[in-house]
Write a protein that binds this ligand. Structure first.
Ligand code: ME8
Length: 516
């Protein structure tokens, strides 16, 4: 019998020249929500993140810190591992490009490309940006007042002239276009697909894939004067983690990846170079690359010089973990740029979480505690209003699944909050506090319908807010086996008479500290 369906998703591997900030936390968070969702939906998920530790940029940062690159990367990579526990990510693996498994994988890939005649030795003369670890054509650059050449990203470029191996990227133009055309979902969002297509159609030059002027990287097999271009090294992490060069086992199980999640800054590397390298090595390209937008802070670009870089720890400490997770994915349509502001964060915490979801859960569970002997109430016959609310709850997974699978996290949350709103309106209309005196049996039915609705909401909010959802499910006496998507719908319905623990608030209001 075939095993469960698989789902392999990855984050970019982050450069260790810097400490993690809200942007890094965001990309991995989006993947975490998707990974948790797919697991609950019955998939065998592999979720990979890690650190990109080679290249000139990292070498320079180590020099500036006055330590050896390996010691430097060991230290900074740990910051990204700490981010995993801070943000409650559920990755199955954490890869570092300095690990022996990766060095072996990249060198094997290089040899295959060389054997297939896709790599040749030449010499490079052109512009290179260390900050972007990217080559630029003269026509892409501007000159700043100091006379320096500046890339479209704002990064300074330097002239590089040295022997170099090249990958025959120019030969892949038509095959790349044919691949994009045959796979319309490969690049998302759709606007980005057009950008990449026109870039490729405008013509591709062969790509320099080795450097001789620095040492911190993976040597080219058979010619260790040359260090591999850090992007060839880095992109291959996605196949290393599934066992390449062994193409059986995990590779056979998980490759091609279902999704590479990236920021819009590195789309070209993932949708042009990477599928070309893979096709050239006779390996299938990934199924999809999603490029999300960029965060600014209170309307400004995040930068060290402006001193406005937001560390994820400060968000979690100030606002709470699940509050931070919720805000980041609710505030901005996924794929668009977004702005972080304290005001909006507080508005979401006090509005969507405390007033809407939290209030629904708390008033229903405390009424059950007080009026139903602290046990799941026994329902009588359902009215049209009861069926309407339960129907919306039962239907929710189908709606949310479509949105999550399209990486429309904001739409998935809108759909869940529509049912939160239905629930709150239903409480107000049914007024169980009045029924308590006039019709206790009807009160029990109303509270049952509400508890059942809350059960659905809490199961579905697990991927985004794992801790808060677990607290709600605890209060409904739903154990670990009752929390999968298979338990949604009437099959997993609450059993009347089940004792419930004392209720407690899950989403406190954010109260501004008075300024000292
Ligand atoms: O590019 N808003 O690593 P990197 C949103 N090592 N996301 C942001 C962001 C912001 N302001 N700033 C950064 C690299 N990001 C390479 C990747 S993959 C084979 C190699 C996120 O440390 C976003 O996902 O510069 C972006 O693509 C990534 O961090 C860049 O991380």
């Amino acid at each position: 019998m075939a095993g469960p369906k698989t789902f392999y998703l990855t984050t970019p591997i982050y450069y260790v020249n810097d400490v993690p900030h809200i942007g890094h936390a965001y990309t991995t968070l989006a993947c975490d929500v998707l990974a948790r969702f797919m697991r609950l939906d019955g998939y065998d998920v592999k979720f990979l993140t890690g650190t990109d530790e080679h290249g000139q940029k990292v070498e320079k940062s180590a020099q500036n810190a006055g330590i050896e690159p390996q010691a430097f990367t060991d230290r900074v990579s740990q910051n990204f591992r700490d981010l995993v526990s801070l943000m409650n990510y559920s990755n199955d693996d954490f890869i570092r490009t300095t690990e022996p498994r990766h060095v072996a994988s990249v060198q094997a890939l290089w040899k295959v490309l060389e054997e297939k005649g896709e790599i040749y030795l030449g010499s490079y003369a052109g512009w290179y940006s260390v900050r972007d670890e990217a080559f630029y054509g003269e026509d892409e650059l501007t000159t700043n007042p100091a006379g320096k050449k500046i890339a479209p990203t704002g990064a300074e470029c330097e002239w590089v002239e040295e022997p170099s191996y090249f990958f025959k990227l120019s030969a892949w133009q038509d095959r790349l276009i044919a691949f994009y055309e045959a796979n319309p979902d490969f690049i998302a969002p759709a606007g980005k697909r057009n950008e990449v297509m026109s870039f490729v159609k405008s013509g591709l030059k062969d790509l320099s894939v080795s450097r001789t002027t620095f040492k911190w990287g993976i040597p080219v097999p058979g010619n260790d004067e040359h260090i591999m271009y850090v992007w060839l090294d880095a992109l291959a992490n996605y196949i290393t983690a599934v066992g390449y060069p062994n193409t059986e086992g995990d590779f056979a199980k998980y490759w091609p990846a279902d999704l590479h999640m990236v920021g819009k800054d590195i789309l070209r590397f993932h949708t042009v170079y990477w599928p070309a390298f893979l096709m050239a090595a006779d390996l299938p390209p990934p199924k999809r690359v999603f490029a999300h937008g960029w965060w600014t802070i209170e309307g400004q670009k995040m930068s060290k010089s402006l001193g406005n870089v937001i560390a994820p720890e400060s968000l979690v400490t100030t606002y709470g973990l699940d509050q931070t997770r919720y805000f980041l994915l609710r505030e901005v349509p996924f794929g668009n740029d977004g702005d972080f502001s304290h005001k909006q964060m507080v508005a979401r915490i006090n509005g969507n979480l405390a007033n809407d979801y939290g209030n629904l859960v708390q008033r229903v569970l405390s009424m059950i505690g007080k009026n139903c002997g602290g046990a799941v109430p026994t329902p009588g016959p359902f009215t049209e209003a009861d069926d309407a609310l339960l129907g919306a709850a039962h239907n929710l997974l189908d709606v949310v699944r479509v949105e999550i699978r399209a990486q429309a996290f904001h739409k998935a949350l809108d759909a869940i909050w529509a049912v939160v709103g239905d629930g709150n309106r239903y409480v107000d209309e049914q007024a169980p506090w009045t029924l308590k005196k006039t019709d206790p049996a009807r009160m029990a039915t109303v509270l049952y319908v509400l508890a059942e609705t809350i059960r659905h909401l809490a199961i579905l909010t697990q991927p985004i807010m794992p801790d808060a959802s677990a607290k709600i499910l605890d209060q409904l006496a739903q154990g670990p086996d009752a929390r999968g998507f298979g338990n949604l719908g009437p099959a997993g319905a609450l059993v009347a008479g089940t004792p419930l623990p004392t209720s407690q608030g899950v989403f406190p209001r954010f109260v501004e500290e008075p300024k000292a």
